[in-house]
Design a protein around this ligand. Structure first.
Ligand code: NAP
Length: 472
């Protein structure tokens, strides 16, 4: 569904009128275009607190984005840290002077805060960001890399935890489609930053803001990895794929090189076939809640030589306030949204039909984080999806697999088009980007989780909600 307000706000006359009466202008977000040469193009300013260990990885990855130009902030205490890492990574740095008259705009500000050991040292954030935060380009990125707090000594843990409040608050101050994120990396896992750097600095994360991702060590080696076709040779299953978010997921996974099986209920067979023919994929017409649903999926997975990616996208809403809700609404919503995914995971694992390195991705919702009136059933099911990620993480890690979830906010689909006008407009505007997301935004985040390059990323929930004001 198109967003008329956004169209008007981005026309010459409409833009002037809305600005004059102080109404928000939802920027047309830049989205990923495969033909673009690199994942970030424009000037990137890199800084580091003394003792940071991630700067080398940041610069090394920027080197592979030839259109990006890294600079240091002259006069900043931490600059020697960046210069040393640049020397090691073989990156030539511009020396950027943060003078007021300098009009240089930045496509990204990246700060290595892994060296921050205590509250006093958090001051490095102000030192780095304060002089340049107003110099961001359209759809720019703020990215802070920190050290996983729970794995630090108490003083460092306290300070590192503070980074969450910083990145989330910055996200609320940014304008013109810019976003802010935090990546916590374990000591020694810096090479695993390649995937989150590419995702969060690129247009793939257009509608993701104020999120926190944790990165652990893994055996993924970024050297020689094909970032244009990251899912080459992977076999994927996407449920509920005949339309909306599911169809977009199938398309993005196929674009990235995966062979995709699209699944939906038999009543959606025609639409499902159309999706499959667009991406050269296979179809499976099945109600995932059928008693033998997991067996049918596992049998097909076995015939394909095992699955590498499973995306549990199929989901329904059956809204009523609790007192008015018939039991069938409760049973159906819980059954489709979380019981079926659990049964499918169990069966695939039991039968050994998930390949080593496989990735499972669930779809939660901001309603599962914040709760929503009239959605006790949906909210329960979507919070339980988060429980499914938490409860499976350890077991899957031991098998060399990952499990994560996305939690979409307001996404422009048939589901949200059916909302009453006032609720729909409120859902669209109540986020830092003042607009709804597109199905492709959810799909890109899922492709990020599903990539073999994200093997060090498990047990994470990333909201795709433009930093919705609802929820955490
Ligand atoms: P959608 O347009 O309703 O598509 C969901 C698809 O799943 C439909 O084709 C549906 O078929 C299918 N499905 C339902 N029950 C099934 C079953 N038992 N077996 C197999 N397929 C089944 O929904 P969407 O908006 O794309 O949402 C996709 C996912 O994102 C859902 O999990 C949803 O909860 C989640 N989400 C969406 C939003 C949003 O703003 N759109 C926000 C947060 C989370 P039918 O025609 O039978 O329904």
């Amino acid at each position: 569904m198109s967003d008329l307000y956004q169209t008007i706000a981005n026309s010459t006359v409409g833009n002037k009128m809305l600005k004059a009466i102080n109404l928000p202008i939802p920027t047309l977000l830049e989205r990923y275009q495969p033909e673009k040469a690199s994942y970030v193009s424009g000037r990137v300013l890199v800084g580091a607190a003394p003792g940071g260990t991630a700067t080398g990885a940041i610069l090394h990855n920027l080197k592979e984005a030839p259109e990006a130009k890294a600079s240091t902030l002259a006069g900043l205490d931490a600059a020697p840290e960046v210069e040393k890492a640049a020397g090691e990574a073989g990156v030539t740095l511009d020396n950027y002077k943060a003078e007021r008259e300098d009009e240089t705009k930045f496509k990204a500000l990246v700060f290595d805060a892994t060296g921050v050991n205590n509250i006093e040292e958090l001051r490095a954030l102000w030192d780095f960001f304060h002089p340049v935060i107003r110099k961001l380009d359209k759809c720019a990125r703020v990215l802070v890399i920190g050290r996983t707090p729970e794995k630090c000594d108490p003083e460092k843990h306290t300070a590192q935890r503070g980074l969450e409040g910083f990145t989330r608050s910055v996200g609320k101050e940014l304008k013109k489609g810019a976003t802010s994120q935090l990546v916590y990396v374990d000591e020694g896992a810096e090479t695993q930053l390649a995937s989150p750097l590419r995702f969060f600095l690129s247009a793939k994360s257009a509608y993701v803001s104020a999120q926190v991702v944790r990165v652990e060590a893994s055996d993924f080696d970024p050297a020689g990895f094909d970032w244009k076709q990251p899912l080459q040779g992977q076999k994927a299953l996407v449920t509920g794929a005949s339309r909306g978010i599911g169809a977009a997921i199938a398309q993005v996974l196929a674009r990235d090189g995966a062979e995709v099986v699209v699944l939906d209920v038999p009543a959606m067979a025609d639409e499902l076939k159309q999706v499959a023919s667009r991406i050269g994929g296979k179809t499976l017409e099945l109600d995932i809640t059928a008693e033998d649903g997991p067996q049918q999926i596992s049998k097909l997975a076995g015939e394909l030589g095992g699955l590498d990616i499973v995306v549990h996208n199929a989901g329904v809403t059956r809204d009523k306030t609790l007192g008015n809700m018939p039991d069938k609404f409760w049973d159906m919503t819980l059954g489709i949204n979380v019981r079926a995914p659990e049964r499918i995971n169990t069966k695939l694992l039991e039968d050994g039909n998930l390949n080593t390195g496989a990735s499972i991705v669930g779809i939660s919702s901001i309603a599962g984080i914040a709760g929503n009136m009239g959605q006790t059933n949906y909210g329960t099911s979507k919070a339980a999806v988060i429980g499914m990620i938490e409860s499976r993480e350890k077991e899957l890690s031991e098998r060399g697999m990952t499990i994560n979830a996305v939690a979409p906010g307001f996404i422009e689909t048939q589901m949200t088009a059916a909302m009453p006008f006032a609720i729909r407009e409120a859902g669209r505007r109540m986020n830092s980007l003042n607009q709804g997301g597109q199905p492709v935004d959810v799909a890109e985040t899922i492709a990020f989780f599903a990539s073999p390059a994200s093997k060090g990323i498990t047990g994470n929930i990333v909201r795709v909600c433009g930093q919705s004001l609802i929820g955490a």
